[in-house]
Write a protein that binds this ligand. Structure first.
Ligand code: PDD
Length: 286
């Protein structure tokens, strides 16, 4: 396996980062996860746009977008991958101990690409199990969830709760008790036929999949409501699913102790999402 590290491809066994890297010492950095279908990285430009936003929110200066894009493609090519999981990571870089970002030289830049492992079909047929975590989502005024940062302990604490309770995913609430998002995904539910999802104002990462799914639902004539919702709104709904780049549209079969069907709306939106991926690939010459 090969990794892009800083400015070149190296074997994974030689892809080392310093223990003085501020990404390691302080979680000071950002990342993006993407998915490649037949060698085409879906929505690459949008992911790079969000990476740029994360960078600017933490005052990290990135190389030119073109350089990052080329690095992604070089990493896929070096590993001979076509259906792949792709992760871009930027940390503040190496520097002496101390919080001051100006202690660091150039950012550390890593691209990892691995063969994509599909979720088992049973997950889509039966749906995943979610819980509501006790851990609250980072406050927007503390670490804005719109920063896709390396500081992931908030999500990891919620993930630990999910695991301890035998669930696949944990949905976090904000400080006022409104639904926000899962540890690596955005949450949706269907209530009286309306597609509901927490608004960005609740304190979430504005997922790229979420945005596409909202657009597809609207195009197919569904009413979509982005708002402030309570756990009970979700538990009393007809259907629940979550979205992200890797799982696409994933139904929920159990939320706390309430069972749901892996429903029709999730299936329909997943089909439309796949059509969107295919249209994107055709647009890129596939
Ligand atoms: N996670 N919310 C959080 C906290 C996330 O980490 C993610 C993505 C999403 C969904 O965003 P998108 O639809 O753009 O993938 C929402 C990725 C998959 C990850 O952490 O690897």
């Amino acid at each position: 396996m090969y990794i892009f590290l800083n400015n070149r491809i190296v074997p994974a066994s030689e892809a080392h980062v310093s223990v003085y890297d501020h990404g390691f010492l302080y979680g000071d950095g950002i990342y993006e996860t993407m998915r490649a279908y037949q060698g085409i990285v879906f929505m690459l430009r949008r992911h790079l746009g969000r990476l740029g936003r994360s960078a600017s929110l933490i005052r990290l200066r990135l190389p030119e977008e073109r350089f990052i894009e080329d690095a992604v493609h070089e990493t896929l090519a070096a590993n001979g991958l076509s259906d792949a999981y792709v992760r871009i990571t930027f940390s503040r870089g190496k520097g002496p101990i101390g919080l001051d970002p100006d202690l660091c030289g150039d950012p550390t830049f890593v691209v990892i690409a691995e063969r994509f492992r599909e979720y088992p079909a049973a997950c889509y047929e039966r749906g995943m199990k979610i819980i509501f975590a006790q851990t609250r989502r980072n406050l927007r005024d503390a670490i804005d969830p719109r920063i896709k940062s390396l500081n992931f302990l908030n999500n990891i604490l919620a993930k630990i709760e999910a695991k301890e309770r035998g669930a696949d995913e944990a949905v976090m609430l904000n400080s006022q008790g409104f639904l926000t998002e899962g540890t690596v995904c955005n949450i949706f539910f269907v209530s009286h036929g309306i597609l509901c999802t927490p608004s960005v104002d609740a304190g979430i990462l504005d997922g790229i999949t979420r945005d596409i799914v909202i657009g597809l639902a609207q195009k197919s004539g569904m009413e979509v409501k982005e708002g402030m919702f309570r756990p009970d709104d979700l538990l009393r709904s007809e259907e629940v699913f979550y979205t992200n780049t890797t799982a696409e549209v994933m139904p929920v079969g159990l939320a706390e102790d309430v069972a749901f069907e892996a429903g029709e709306i999730a299936r329909m939106l997943h089909t439309l999402y796949r059509e969107e991926v295919e249209a994107y690939m055709r647009g890129q010459g596939k």
